[in-house]
Design a protein. Structure first.
Length: 123
C-alpha cells in the first residue's frame, strides 16, 4: 500500500510517497483530521471529531468520540481491523489523544497508534 506523505507532499518535481505501516498511519491521521463533507468527491469521508472533542468532558462524550473513530476506521480504512474496545481516549493539559490498537491487514501485525486529536500538525 502506498500513500502520499502529509504534510510534506511535494519535493522539487516529485511527490513524496510512503508505504506499508507508515502509509496506514498517514491514512489514519488524515481520516481523523478530516471533517465530514470536506472531501469534494465523497462528502461522507471524515469525522465529526472537531465538533465533539471541544465539548464538556464526560463519559457519554468519550463514548461518542470512540464510536466516531471506530465507525470511520471501519468504513474508510479496509487495511486496518480494530475492535471498539481497543480504542481509548485520554486527555491531559488540553490535549486529547486516541490510543488505537489495531491489526494491520497488510502483514497481520498488531500496531498501536497514538494520535493527538487536538493538534494534527507534524513536528
Amino acid at each position: 500500500m502506498y500513500s502520499i506523505q502529509f504534510p510534506n507532499m511535494v519535493s522539487n518535481t516529485s511527490a513524496n510517497i510512503v508505504k506499508d505501516h507508515e502509509a496506514s498511519t498517514q491514512n489514519l491521521k488524515l481520516l481523523l483530521a478530516s471533517n465530514k463533507s470536506s472531501l469534494f468527491g465523497d462528502p461522507d469521508y471524515g469525522t465529526r471529531l472537531n465538533a465533539l472533542i471541544f465539548e464538556q468532558n464526560n463519559q457519554i462524550l468519550r463514548d461518542l468520540v470512540i464510536d466516531e473513530i471506530y465507525t470511520a476506521i471501519l468504513t474508510f480504512l479496509p487495511q486496518i481491523r480494530v475492535n471498539r474496545n481497543d480504542i481509548t481516549i485520554t486527555s491531559s493539559r488540553g490535549a486529547v489523544h486516541a490510543n488505537i490498537k489495531a491489526l494491520n491487514l497488510l502483514d497481520y501485525t498488531t500496531d498501536l497508534y497514538n494520535i493527538n486529536l487536538t493538534n494534527f500538525e507534524e513536528k
